[in-house]
Design a protein around this ligand. Structure first.
Ligand SMILES: NC(=O)c1ccc[n+]([C@@H]2O[C@H](COP(=O)([O-])OP(=O)(O)OC[C@H]3O[C@@H](n4cnc5c(N)ncnc54)[C@H](O)[C@@H]3O)[C@@H](O)[C@H]2O)c1
Ligand SMILES: [Zn+2]
Length: 366
């Protein structure tokens, strides 16, 4: 069964298709969104995903008459760099990719962000299609944020560039390492907690089947998660207001990732702790009552962490949180719950409240 939805962005609207075994239908789906076999395709993947799915995808496209070039980058965050991008541009030129060309991103968020930025910048912008292969990529493939890292900061060089289409073949998730599955659910849980209380309750009931990648339920979870992100992005494409709520759990999450050194926590693990913290902060400050119990319980169901283990330099964490992109003039900004399924961005949060929450998280007694 294939589920489809549309990200509504006027003339840049695009479809998302989610289901099992969708790759044989790729040529037809491409044709439906106006990409005929006379347009050259550049399929970008990484060294882990490529050996698993590249031949299959390329085979289906070539038998339908498409000319397909391929680029395989090393798996991992370090491929999101300007030097990697430059090498990719060279490969595109040598292949003869022209303005009518289309970049296809086959992989997780790293490949999506990198190949998306290649498409955004190559010849001042060509079309691209996302073929996500991680759970987290249900988040990163919707919304059009693409880019690479700078040694001084993550995602510092990038653009907004919407894809023509997203095709999420959920059968690829079966080869995903377990930690990546767990981590990917953090953003699914986030989408529920910020927007849709009944989806949050459904996740709570179905966590075990979801962790075992029951295809029907995973398809539903990804569909709902994409719905939430699509609804928010279509109201605020360039993040001037509403879209900031997608940063729920990310103020502390990003601080933990950089303070611990990238790679210690996965992104999802850090965001899970961040959401536990935000729900407790909401109670401390009175924006919402009785949300932290459910929030932490839901995260635990997905085997995500909800407390801080080990030694933490509080000053360092606070410093990172102050530098958060949402913060202005040195105050702390947090997205906090109003209730399950509703959140709001708050600025000028008092430091003492944050410190109290950090201590509660460390004790792990809450
Ligand atoms: N653009 C956005 O809006 C947005 C949002 C969230 C995150 N991101 C970005 O996404 C990136 C993280 O994405 P990610 O978690 O998908 O990481 P990733 O792309 O690095 O994938 C994680 C690992 O799993 C491997 N892998 C991917 N799919 C697989 C599969 N089906 N089977 C086996 N192995 C597989 C990859 O090779 C990699 O080693 C970060 O760079 C982050 O900045 C972007
Ligand atoms: Zn995130």
């Amino acid at each position: 069964m294939m589920r489809s939805l549309t990200v509504d962005l006027k003339d840049r609207s695009y479809p998302i298709h989610i289901g099992e075994g969708l790759y044989p239908q790729l040529p037809q789906l491409l044709t439906e969104c106006g990409i005929q076999p006379d347009r050259p395709l550049m399929l970008v993947t990484d060294t882990q995903v490529g050996p698993l799915y590249m031949d299959e995808v390329k085979g289906h496209l070539e038998s339908a008459g498409y000319r397909v070039g391929t680029i395989t980058v090393p798996a991992g965050e370090s491929s999101k760099s300007l030097s990697r991008l430059e090498a990719m541009v060279e490969e595109c030129i040598r292949f003869g990719l022209d303005r009518a060309g289309v970049v296809l991103a086959l992989g997780g968020g790293v490949v999506g962000d990198l190949a998306g930025f290649l498409a955004a910048s190559y010849m001042r912008g060509i079309s691209f299609v996302q073929l996500p292969t991680t759970l987290l990529a249900h988040d990163s493939s919707v919304g059009g944020k693409v880019g690479v890292n700078h040694p001084l900061g993550k995602n510092m060089i990038g653009a907004f560039h919407q894809p023509e289409m997203v095709v999420f073949d959920v059968s690829t998730l079966r080869s995903l390492p377990e930690r990546e599955v767990v981590s990917g659910y953090a953003e699914v849980v986030k989408h529920a907690l910020i927007w849709d209380a009944s989806f949050a309750r459904w996740l709570h009931t179905n966590a075990s089947d979801l962790l075992h990648l029951d295809p029907e339920k995973v398809g539903h979870a990804i569909y709902q998660g994409c719905q939430v992100k699509a609804a928010i992005v279509s109201q605020d494409e360039k993040e001037s207001g509403l879209r900031a709520i997608l940063n729920y759990g990310h103020t502390l999450g990003h601080a933990l990732e950089s303070a611990a050194g990238y790679g210690t926590y996965t992104h999802g693990e850090a965001v899970a702790i961040g959401m536990a913290a935000a729900s407790m902060l909401g109670e401390e400050l009175g924006t919402a009552q009785e949300v932290s119990g459910f929030t932490r319980e839901l995260l635990r169901q997905f085997r995500l962490p909800v407390s801080l283990s080990g030694q933490w330099d509080e000053e360092l964490l606070l410093e990172h949180m102050k530098r958060d992109k949402k913060a202005r003039q040195g105050g702390y900004a947090f997205v906090l719950p109003r209730s399950i399924g509703e959140v709001q961005l708050y600025r000028d949060i008092e430091e003492q409240a944050i410190v109290r929450v950090l201590n509660r998280l460390k004790e792990g007694t809450t």
